[in-house]
Design a binder for this molecule. Sequence first.
Ligand code: ADP
Length: 270
Amino acid sequence: DRQITINIKCVRYTNKLRMIIARDVSRLITVNKIHTDFVANVSHELKTPLTVLRGYLEILQNSQELPQKFHKPIAQMNIQGARMQSIVSDLLYLAKLEDHPEELPMQALDITHLINTIIEAVQPLLTDKHHQLELDIDHSLKMRGVQTELHSAFTNLITNAIHYTPSGGIIQIQWQATASHAVFSVKDNGIGIAPQHLDRLTQRFYRVDNDRARDSGGTGLGLAIVKHVMQRHNGQLEIDSNEDNGSEFRCVFPIYQAVGFNAEGKPSKA
Ligand code: ADP
């Protein structure tokens, strides 16, 4: 009475010879689920003790009675505590994204407004690094999606572009439609990524250069989050990059998800 999931693949050898491969992937799905649940449970259990630890560390850091020799260590503990909190929160978010509900709560979104909100939030970072921002936005292009998820994915890409571009760089943000897709892209002229890393960038905790990446303050989970968000929106993440020559990250959505297009990708009156 066990429910099973079969993966079926048809391989064509010659015009006459084909082979159908059926694989029972139920066990794989169960193991993946156990793994995801475990990570989610551990992260959840770590949340409260971390909040308590950080609370006390902050009290210590702000205390007038703290001896001078403890100032530096306590400040460091606070920074690392904040980092752990970010990792735990990103892991919990990833676990949520890995769960596939029957239907996502998608709604028609004003993407221009979403992008503006993100830019406002990252403005201090942009100013700090003297980056120049260039926008190419189709204000009329709206899309069906989950606001919180797209907000998080786009924020990750924009903050990465800011972090991995030396001061005085140029960050270009584009939101435009082609005949077949709606595309959100973030392009920078920063440090870039060597080709051998590109395939693995969306794996959890994968970083090109650990020291440099750790300095960015990120968790190493940002691009994994973007990849999952894109999968949930029937789209994909495309990456073009050259070492020392900048990068472009594109979120490519099927055009039928843009408001005003029908399932065949043709403009509709609705
Ligand atoms: P992190 O928190 O380390 O930024 P991400 O998952 O967002 O984690 O990114 C994974 C790695 O990809 C980063 O550590 C960095 O090495 C590389 N990376 C991401 N975005 C860029 C970019 N715009 N330019 C250069 N490298 C990047």
